[in-house]
Design a protein around this ligand. Structure first.
Ligand code: ZN
Length: 355
């Protein structure tokens, strides 16, 4: 229980600080309305008591695209899945949307300043990029293709509304940049706008033509995770508009939700992978989506744990939280074509989508 309480405090502090320091009530309200519309329309939000889940089936030569809001989410949410796809002859591509350069409390701790300078956040982002590269290399034995988009950590939800257009980009409240400042990003010419994030993801979909897409769940409680979930659905909708063929499977993973990944009694690692009570947060809305879980092998679990060990900046501030994801089962809510189509209709009406 102590372990769970500590982790809950850390997670809560992280979310609260972000919410209070870096998002205005107005922006949150507007994006929140969009989110509510997307989530409510297809199926409602009726929570059910412990829905069952099924084993996640992975075919040979799948093409997996993992979309992560921050460095470490790709490993927390889909580190086992990535290994399994590679082992079955498939390919894996990871896209980190931000460099994690908006973690105010961590940079405050490192600099011993209440208001760190923008350069301190940039140095922090650079360090997290190196950790991401190291963890990715370890997880895939050098076979995972990694890309960083470099969007502003903590400021993604406003891109859906207030900063949609290229000419009115979001300005990071930590790095003070309006475009990716890091060398090696996929497109240094993009602006911090919803249009450009959507276009970047569509471009990646065209290049990778995934059969599986793992992305943060649009009802995750972290604003960046919600935004990335919606942008993922929106870009898939764009991508599939002129391709009436086979849809990729849309696998949403959850990272921040109430006490998750801890259960009420604080236990995480000893749960049976066959017990549907422990694959998702308690009371997590089912939304008529299929729930699928991958059972990790000993080797996959060990590699996932080791890859998370590469994130030293995060281990220093939230080790118990990260350790809570080193568990036998890696579970996903399988979004439907309808979810993506609806996101595309509701969020993409203004300019007709990205061709
Ligand atoms: Zn995250």
């Amino acid at each position: 229980m102590r372990r769970a309480s500590r982790a809950r405090q850390l997670r809560s502090a992280r979310l609260t600080a972000r919410a209070t320091t870096r998002s205005s009530a107005l922006r949150g309200l507007f994006a929140g309305a969009l989110l509510a519309a997307v989530l409510a329309a297809p199926s409602g939000l009726a929570a059910q008591a412990v829905p069952a889940y099924e084993p996640l089936q992975i075919g040979p030569r799948e093409r997996l695209l993992v979309i992560a809001p921050h460095p470490d989410d790709e490993t927390l949410g889909a580190g086992g899945l990535a290994q399994r796809v590679l082992a079955l002859g498939g390919s894996v591509r990871t896209v980190a949307v931000t460099a994690g350069d908006g973690y105010v409390e961590a940079v405050q701790m490192r600099t011993h300043k209440l208001q760190p300078e923008p350069w301190a956040f940039l140095r922090y982002g650079e360090r997290r990029i190196r950790e991401l590269q190291s963890a990715t290399h370890f997880l895939g034995a050098g076979r995972i293709r990694l890309e960083l988009l470099g969007f502003p950590d903590g400021d993604l939800l406003p891109l859906l509304a207030a900063h949609w257009g290229r000419l009115n980009p979001q300005r990071s409240l930590t790095t003070r940049r309006e475009a990716p400042p890091y060398p090696g990003v996929k497109d240094p010419g993009l602006s911090y706008s919803g249009h450009d994030l959507r276009a970047s993801l569509v471009e990646i979909l065209k290049e990778s033509r995934p059969t599986l897409i793992a992305f943060s769940d649009p009802i995750d409680q972290h604003p960046d995770h919600r935004a990335v979930g919606l942008f993922a659905l929106l870009s898939v909708s764009d991508f599939m508009r002129k391709r009436p063929g086979l849809w990729p499977r849309l696998l949403a993973y959850v990272i921040h939700y109430d006490a998750w990944p801890f259960d009420a009694d604080g236990e995480t690692t000893s749960r049976s992978e066959h017990d549907p009570k422990y694959g998702f947060p308690a009371d997590f809305p089912e939304r008529d989506q299929t729930r699928s879980c991958l059972t990790l092998t000993d080797t996959e679990l060990a590699h996932k744990q080791a890859a998370l060990g590469e994130y030293r900046t995060q281990q220093s501030v939230m080790a118990p939280f990260l350790a809570g994801f080193v568990r036998r089962n890696e579970c996903f809510s399988q979004n439907r074509e309808l979810d993506a189509s609806f996101a595309g209709r509701e969020l993409g009406q203004s300019d007709g989508g990205v061709p």
